[in-house]
Design a protein. Sequence first.
Length: 144
Amino acid sequence: MRRLAKIFFAPLLLSLSLTACNSGADDSDDLIFMWFDVEGKVVNEDGEPIPGISIYAESAESVTTDEYGNFSVRGGGVPAETTTIRCMDTDKEENGRYTTKVTVVELVKYKEGQGWTEGYYRNKEKLVIVMTADPLVTPVNPAS
């Protein structure tokens, strides 16, 4: 009797478990991915561009601002309405010294995705990040 039960129930249990594993395969919430592009400019308190600032974004490779303070970073990950940008002065003396600035950027979809990609996003508004001079650094007076 036990052997008969095993023969009958084993295929039934296997069939039910496979059905349960595949039940979410068409669900749009599974394994969704998004790409994002954030473009902006980094300036000092006087509005002058700061070159050489390292830009770090969530799920993206770091970039450095160009001679005009501009940057463009591309990343990807789980869909979100925002991403966090961290601006760091890593060259220190070359462009002055600035404190690290963290900015949350609102993203909007500009292109639909296909398959597991939900879509392509970019910053909602023009992004200008103002960095302040590091207060712990005493400016060097060239006259002294």
